[in-house]
Write a protein that binds this ligand. Structure first.
Ligand code: ADP
Ligand code: MG
Length: 357
């Protein structure tokens, strides 16, 4: 178990990278505490696997260093980094039994047989695969193969870091939630530093204490699930996290005032700076129907269980509101109010209002 430090990391798959667009990872600086549960969240192609493979040593970065507990491991091969990696698709030996698959990483390291049986039993119990221990891996369903693959990642108790790269991809939807909470529980028991990579916000937010949100080879925000929800540092985070995502509305700034569709809007605090492309960010959860406020015409109402999502047009811009209880009908005129302490200005994507402590 170790603290992981990434320092000035950049990576390009091209031999002679020119501009920033040639880099799969642009500039990554990170400190991950020993024993933490982290998620790397971002859309497909943003550089998550590239980053994982650099940490595990499968890939050498174009620039920058990787440190485990302040020891530079940048030039060490994967087998000397003491890392367990679980991939998107199961990596197991089909001809071996489940028991032998789980034991393999330990046998490989010369662990005593008595300890191996103990550890295999523990992991099998955690993953609830005890009754499969003597089954040949080739006979398992894809779900179970991936479970065993995870077990192989978790079986050693001397690893620096356990990394999961979209491990639930092949898992049936109805089993996903179960394995998701299982992994969280496993982290609490194993206490290893774990890095979980996914493009699925639910998986990231359930598993991690800290989520690193990536876009286009860059980190846009690192925070707890609550921080990411409550105060997105970038419109991308606001939009990517939450269901529906944050409303990002075109805005005009004149001095200390921001306007949306010509109407002044109260913000969480003072506006910082000027110029650039300005937008207002407000989550649908903080938009309410009021007697006064922005006039809007209801375009769509969706019942999503405990509440409804009302989409209303203010001029040419759609605004979503999460409403509990009675909802207006399609085509009706309503008034929308934005909760000021949850309303922010963004400049060129980045937050540009000062929050109140
Ligand atoms: P993610 O895991 O977030 O989906 P990747 O790290 O796999 O993203 O990919 C990041 C970018 O690097 C993408 O543009 C992808 O096309 C590119 N890329 C990934 N692997 C390679 C490779 N082996 N050779 C060239 N380009 C690659
Ligand atoms: Mg990937």
């Amino acid at each position: 178990m170790a603290k992981v430090t990434l320092s000035n990391l950049r990576h390009s798959y091209l031999p002679n990278p020119q501009g920033a667009e040639d880099y799969a990872l642009k500039e990554i600086d990170l400190d991950w505490d020993d024993g933490g549960a982290y998620a790397l969240l971002g859309p497909s192609g943003c550089g998550k696997s590239t980053l994982l493979n650099i940490i595990s040593g499968l890939l050498a970065p174009s620039e920058g260093r990787i440190l485990f507990d302040d020891r530079d491991v940048t030039d060490l091969p994967p087998d000397q980094r003491n890392i367990a990696q679980v991939f998107q698709f199961p990596v197991i030996y089909d001809t071996m039994t489940v028991r032998n698959n789980l034991a393999f990483p330990l046998r490989n390291r010369g662990v005593a047989e008595a300890r191996i049986s103990e550890r295999v039993a523990e992991i099998a119990a955690m993953l609830e695969v005890e009754e499969m221990l003597d089954t040949r891996a080739s006979h398992l369903s894809p779900d179970n193969k991936q479970k065993i693959s995870m077990g192989r990642g978790l079986v050693r108790d001397d690893v620096n870091v356990v990394m999961f790269d979209e491990p639930l991809t092949v898992i049936d939807p109805h089993l996903k939630w179960k394995l998701r909470s299982k992994l969280k529980e496993l982290h609490q028991r194993v206490r290893a530093t774990m890095i979980y990579v996914t493009h699925d916000q639910t998986e990231a937010l359930t598993f991690a204490d800290q989520v690193v949100v990536m876009q286009d080879g860059e980190i846009v925000q690192i925070g707890t699930p609550v921080e990411l929800f409550e105060r997105p540092q970038h419109t991308f985070v606001g939009h990517f996290i939450g269901s529906p995502g944050m409303n990002v509305l075109p805005a005009e700034q004149t001095g200390t005032t921001a306007r949306f569709e010509g109407q002044p809007v109260s913000l969480e605090g003072t506006i910082l700076g000027e110029g650039g492309k300005t937008e207002i960010g407000i989550r649908p959860e903080f938009v309410t129907l009021a007697d006064q406020g922005l006039e809007a015409r209801v375009r769509k109402v969706s019942d999503v269980g405990r509440h409804s999502v009302v989409e209303a047009m203010v001029g040419d811009t759609a605004v979503k509101a999460v409403i509990e209880g009675a909802v207006p009908g399609q085509g009706e005129t309503v008034h929308l109010a934005f909760r000021p302490d949850q309303t922010r200005l963004y400049r060129d994507g980045w937050i540009a209002t000062e929050g109140r402590a």
